[in-house]
Design a protein around this ligand. Structure first.
Ligand code: PA5
Length: 450
């Protein structure tokens, strides 16, 4: 039995048989990743990372956190794309939804450098006044505009508030071992730093210092995260060609080959919205090239059943839908399990009497099941991924599951999952519009068009 299960009962006969036909190829592609013989093999350091480096690194990171000589009650993570989405997926899933006000045993987390909104940055600076922050700036290249600009602002803020020396003890950088502006800053300022491995790209890096350091600063169990991932890699080591990772990769590829163009990842807990964001980036940036790839979209139920649910049920039939279910998702109050039943009341005007005494999660579960059947009946092939528990272990396993499935399904589409040439187009225009030296003629042309 695999730790993460895949149910395909409602994917339809055609998709099931096309996916089954692709399984031998999917298995072949997995073996190529394992043997580092796939396209982009130099970027496959993420595969089996926990055993190769992760556990030793987790000990090093936990030691660093224990020995920190500054106190803090807020961890500010500066980064964009793969440099922050995995961390945010974990913090939003496992931290208190109202963490700013309701304290649990985790310090508060805030994210910056993933957009260029001046408005939100001003509000963030306002928040920092009320907190004692530590800053983790994360950029593999060290030259990305968004985190680079925001780090400039935050560095000034930290130095003004704490003085240069203490600010230096409150800033830790995660970047390339040798290259890039951020590595240079580390050398000049003496900041603590961690290395993003050369052979792991941003969106595959959540289980490296990119995710492990901020999550350890936030007091998450990073060893459990790695153990979860290791479970999947260990299963794959002895996997037959039928492992759910392969079946999922084969199903989504078969769907694309049948003319489907969108994969919706549906969750039923709003705290999972950044797990979905992380998944969207992983598949979107890895597969969306050369006219290929399912467009990864996310929906949060039952909220979206009163919005985009209409489209899924009845709009263009170019979708497949994957329901992501965590079997054990325990509601907690002050850390202790707390359940809510629908209370009884004398007035039955709301016609909800039949729900009295039922747990909300029970109703939520029924809504998900009913939705899957309705969407299947409406012509949408549905898959279901089941993770046993919503905690660090479950999320670590899910990261490894999706990363491997992504590597395999991109290979089935014959695209290199590890580059992102399309991201350069907007950057080139941004540089030119802002007058970066050497881009003057493009800048003039763009301005004329605008
Ligand atoms: O997956 C990727 O490689 C990207 O999303 C990067 O993570 C993102 O562009 C940030 O890059 P960097 O860490 O170099 O600042």
């Amino acid at each position: 039995m695999s730790f993460i299960g895949l149910q395909t009962r409602f994917s339809g006969e055609q998709l099931s048989s096309d996916a089954a036909a692709l399984l031998p190829q999917a298995h072949e592609q997995l073996l190529k990743i394992i043997d580092q013989k796939c396209v982009g093999a130099e970027w496959t350091g993420w595969y089996d990372y926990p055993k190769k480096h992760g556990f030793a690194l987790a000990d090093e990171i936990n030691r660093y956190v224990d020995q920190l000589d500054v106190n803090y009650d807020l961890v500010l993570v500066i980064g964009i794309g793969g440099s922050y989405l995995g961390t945010r997926a974990v913090t939003e899933a496992l931290q208190h939804s109202y963490q700013g006000v309701m304290r649990d045993h985790h310090p508060m987390v805030a994210f910056a450098g993933h957009h260029l909104s001046e408005t939100q940055l001003v509000e963030l600076l306002e928040l920092l006044e009320k907190r004692v922050p530590i800053v983790n700036v994360i950029s593999k290249s060290g030259t990305t505009t968004e985190p680079g600009v925001v780090f400039r602002v935050l560095r000034h803020y930290m130095e003004e508030r704490f003085g240069k020396e203490e600010a230096a003890r409150r800033i830790v950088c995660t970047t390339d071992a040798k290259d890039g502006a951020l590595r240079q800053v580390v050398r000049e300022e003496g900041y603590a730093s961690f290395v993003i491995p050369d052979d792991i790209g941003g969106r595959f890096s959540v289980l490296t210092p990119v995710g492990l350091l901020p999550l350890a600063l936030l007091r998450f169990d990073i060893r459990a995260l790695l153990e979860g991932a290791d479970t999947i890699f260990s299963e794959l080591e002895k996997a037959s060609g039928e492992h759910p990772v392969l079946r999922y990769a084969a199903a989504r590829t078969a769907a694309f080959q049948q003319g489907k163009r969108v994969e919706v990842l549906a969750v039923s807990n709003p705290k999972l919205s950044h797990v979905v964001e992380w998944w969207k980036q992983l598949f979107g940036e890895s597969e969306g090239k050369q006219g290929q790839g399912l467009f990864p979209a996310g929906l949060s139920y039952t909220t979206d059943l009163h919005s985009l649910g209409q489209y899924v049920q009845d709009g263009v039939r170019n979708l497949i839908e994957t329901f992501l279910v965590f079997e054990r998702d325990v509601p907690r109050r002050h850390g202790i399990e707390k359940r809510i039943r629908v209370p009884s009341q004398a007035s039955k005007l709301d016609q909800l009497g039949y729900l009295e005494g039922r747990f909300l999660n029970e109703i939520n579960d029924a809504a998900m099941k009913g939705t899957m059947l309705a969407h299947f009946d409406g012509g949408v092939p549905c898959l279901q991924l089941t993770v046993p528990e919503l905690n660090e272990r479950g999320l670590g396993a899910l990261f490894a599951f999706f990363e491997t499935a992504c590597g395999v399904s991109a290979a089935l589409l014959q695209v290199n999952p590890y580059d992102q040439p399309g991201v350069e187009a907007y950057k080139k225009n941004l540089f030119a519009l802002m007058g970066k030296p050497g881009t003057e003629s493009l800048g003039a042309k763009l301005k004329e068009r605008l």
